[in-house]
Design a protein around this ligand. Structure first.
Ligand code: BDR
Ligand code: CA
Length: 312
């Protein structure tokens, strides 16, 4: 039976790649697809999500939800990597705006439709999920599992010296979600930065002769260039794809249950994810943290999944 999943994302290059892969993954049923502001502002993220769905034209159209900006919009985003349009200038035909509903409502409806059977995969800031549970306080009991791409447990962030971007971009939402009484798994930078997609990996991507192959090459090449320019890295990180693989293949991840809290203020520390590793922690163990992944299997599954989507 395919896993029922809500994909909450901020496309963004790697979020877009997740959608390209997941839309035709037979092991997954996307029951809802929601956009959130993050890599790019909420409006751009919504437009990109709709354009991608239209481009991919999946056999079963999931319900679409549109996220609105967080209450305290962050001053930083990831346009230096993803371009001002979030998709490195790939000019996808502007989607005719389907009447999309607020993301928090779509999340709540999708979970309530099949209680205890729907997982949430959060690939951007946690704005939509926090709003969904504030709107519908009974919801957490009905969510099967929340997978979160975000956080940094070793103290090294990516958007500030100690904060990871998805957490930093809406700290209050993150605080709410980390405290929810449901099973949660965090896929932090500690593991997602241990793997890079390298320029020569493009050889394993679907050929540019295919429609999807062409799109993927056009997304990834400029992103690789931007990673090199901004960070001096040879390859790029694929945080969101790794989180997807952990959600779909949990046995590829080693995890540790930890008490983790979010720092919501602090000139230097805002957005930090802090684990209390003392033998008697001050707060309860609230989240399973991925500490290791099977990198080879993940990389292989990325190539295979993209190939399957290109050749469907
Ligand atoms: C996260 O931030 C975004 O730039 C990526 O899409 C990923 O979700 C990594 O910190
Ligand atoms: Ca993302």
């Amino acid at each position: 039976m395919p896993k029922k999943i809500i994909l909450d994302m901020d496309p963004g290059i790697v979020d877009a790649m997740v959608l390209c892969l997941a839309a035709f993954d037979p092991t997954v049923e996307i029951v809802a697809l929601t956009s959130v502001g993050g890599n790019v502002p909420a409006e751009t993220s919504a437009k990109n999500l709709q354009a991608l769905v239209e481009f991919l034209d999946p056999p079963r159209l999931p319900r679409l939800g549109i996220g609105s900006p967080p209450d305290e919009p962050p001053s930083l985003d990831y346009r230096h990597i993803h371009g001002t349009d979030g998709l490195c200038g790939v000019d996808l035909p502007v989607a005719s705006r389907r009447s999309a509903h607020p993301a928090e409502k779509v999340i709540s409806d999708a979970v309530r439709n099949d209680p205890e059977n729907v997982m949430l995969l959060c690939l951007g800031p946690l704005t939509n999920v926090a709003r969904a549970v504030i709107r519908d306080p009974q919801l957490p009991k009905m969510i099967r599992h929340i997978y979160i791409a975000g956080g940094a447990l070793n103290g090294r962030g990516n958007i500030t010296p100690c904060a990871e971007f998805n957490i930093y971009a809406d700290v209050h939402a993150a605080k709410t979600v980390f405290r929810l009484p449901c099973t949660k798994t965090l896929v932090p930078l500690d593991v997602t930065e241990s793997m890079e997609l390298l320029p020569n990996h493009l050889e394993n991507f679907p050929s540019e002769e295919t429609r999807l192959g062409k799109l993927l090459h056009h997304l990834v090449r400029p992103a690789l260039h931007n990673y090199r320019q901004c960070y001096g890295l040879e390859g790029m990180h694929v945080h969101d794809l790794i989180a997807y693989m952990v959600a779909v293949h949990p046995s590829w991840a080693t995890t540790e249950e930890l008490p983790v809290q979010i720092e919501t203020s602090g000139y230097l520390t805002r957005g930090m994810t802090i684990a209390d590793r003392r033998s008697i922690p001050e707060f309860p163990r609230n989240i399973e943290v991925v500490t290791k992944i099977k990198k080879k299997a993940v990389l292989q599954a990325i190539f295979q999944g993209l190939d399957r989507s290109a050749n469907r």
